[in-house]
Write a protein that binds this ligand. Structure first.
Ligand SMILES: Cc1ncc(COP(=O)(O)O)c(C=O)c1O
Length: 398
């Protein structure tokens, strides 16, 4: 029987590493996992308390309205007013199964098969993989440290000249794998360019709140244009990856289409999570999330001060999220052959799991590694020493 061509998306290399970590741990090894983008510590305590109370009350967790519970959408609208000073009507919020669920809806609602959508490389691999499965063409915008790994109006103009019209642009600030962010001016310029060229901007804002540089605060694209689609979730800042709750901000023009698609694809987002996250906006929950961000900031400083211990010679300045994306030194690449082989050796001999850059950049990623410092200061400090030992053993002293 037939297997679809469109389903032949590349698997995440990182998931193979995750399996290997589980295998090594089961065999009794103390593995430090710096490979996945998952903050430890779980949801804010008020969210957990509300969830247990709701479950204890035998609450009715039937389907919600497709776009989500009114109270949750109103809480999000208030959050946007407080955080960004932008008034987004509750009707424009659509609750989704993580931001991952929002991508399918956004791409299906905004684009037709065969349309072109631009995105920066390196980037979160699901964008290109989902676009590919839906029959859309990816317009690749290569970026490097000189562009701080982010697209700019200049790069969009170049892509437009080279590939002709494209219908969409996907951006992420902070970005995964690099953590770099746009300034307000840069985001405004990109937004205006998209409006002028009638290009639908999809802004992935999932790492908002995890920010380290005062003049690179997270800005939502809705501060600049209400024709963009915002995608975000409770996974990262609130540490709620497995709750599978995200949201979109949908322009008026697309609301009926998104609602019809969502009612066919998912019926609704998880009801218990929609009810419990109302507590995520309480001051105590925000304070808990902020304490985690302070720990990320301390760990980020540690990593940036010890790039040599990771064999990294060129790295992006992570303004937010909890990643470091860096290029391995030439001697290391020569010795190991690729970032993939380096990560393999580090996992096998030092029990530290890093991610090779191939998932994020199929062309140049084999020279880069991504480290997630969400594991916490002490574990990351230990990992740095372990990786350093592997490097010293592998390279002759110069
Ligand atoms: C940039 C980016 N967007 C979206 C997601 C998906 O997250 P979720 O579906 O948990 O909201 C991730 C997960 O790591 C991510 O890094």
């Amino acid at each position: 029987m037939k297997v679809s061509q469109r389903g032949q998306v590349p698997p995440f290399e990182v998931m193979q590493i995750v399996e290997e970590v589980a295998r090594l741990r089961a065999a009794g090894h103390d593995v430090i996992s710096l490979c996945v983008g998952e903050p430890g510590g779980g949801a804010p305590s008020a969210v957990n308390e509300l969830a247990s109370r709701l479950h204890g009350e035998d609450a009715d967790f039937g389907y919600t309205a497709t776009a989500g519970l009114q109270a949750t959408r109103e809480a999000l609208a208030a959050h946007y007013s407080r955080t960004y000073g932008v008034e987004v009507p509750a009707k424009n919020f659509v609750m989704t199964t993580g931001s991952s669920g929002a991508f399918q809806l956004a791409f299906l609602a905004a684009f037709d098969a065969g349309d072109k959508v631009a995105l920066a490389r390196p980037g979160y691999p699901a964008y290109a993989n989902i676009l590919g499965a839906l029959g859309l063409e990816v317009i690749d915008i290569p970026t490097g440290p000189a562009q701080r790994f982010q697209p700019s109006v200049e790069l969009l103009e170049q892509a437009w000249a080279e590939h002709g019209r494209f219908e969409g642009l996907i951006i992420a600030s902070p970005n995964n794998p690099t953590g770099t962010m746009f300034s307000a001016r840069e985001l405004e310029e990109l937004s205006s360019w998209c409006v002028k060229h009638q290009v639908r901007m999809i802004s992935d804002e999932i790492y908002h709140g995890i920010e380290f540089v005062p003049d690179r605060r997270g800005h939502t694209s809705w501060e600049f244009t209400d024709s963009s689609i915002v995608v975000s979730s409770f996974s990262k800042y609130w540490g709620m990856t497995g709750w599978r709750l995200g949201w979109m901000i949908v322009p008026d023009q697309l609301l009926p289409t998104v609602d019809a698609l969502a009612s066919n694809l998912a019926l609704c987002a998880p009801a218990p999570a929609q009810r419990a996250v109302i507590a995520a906006f309480e001051p105590q929950s925000i304070a808990e999330a902020q304490r985690r961000v302070e720990e990320f900031a301390r760990t980020r400083e540690l990593v940036l001060a010890h790039l040599d211990k990771l064999g990294i010679e060129q790295a992006a300045p992570a303004d937010g999220a909890f990643y470091l994306y860096g290029k391995l030194s030439e001697p290391l690449l020569e010795h190991f052959g690729s970032a993939g082989q380096f990560c393999r050796a580090v996992l096998d001999t030092a029990f530290v799991a890093l991610t090779p850059g191939g998932d994020f950049d199929p062309f140049e990623g084999q020279h880069f590694i991504r480290l997630s410092f969400a594991a916490g200061y002490d574990r990351v400090a230990q990992a740095l020493d372990r990786v350093d030992t592997v490097i010293r053993r592998s390279l002759p002293i110069s």
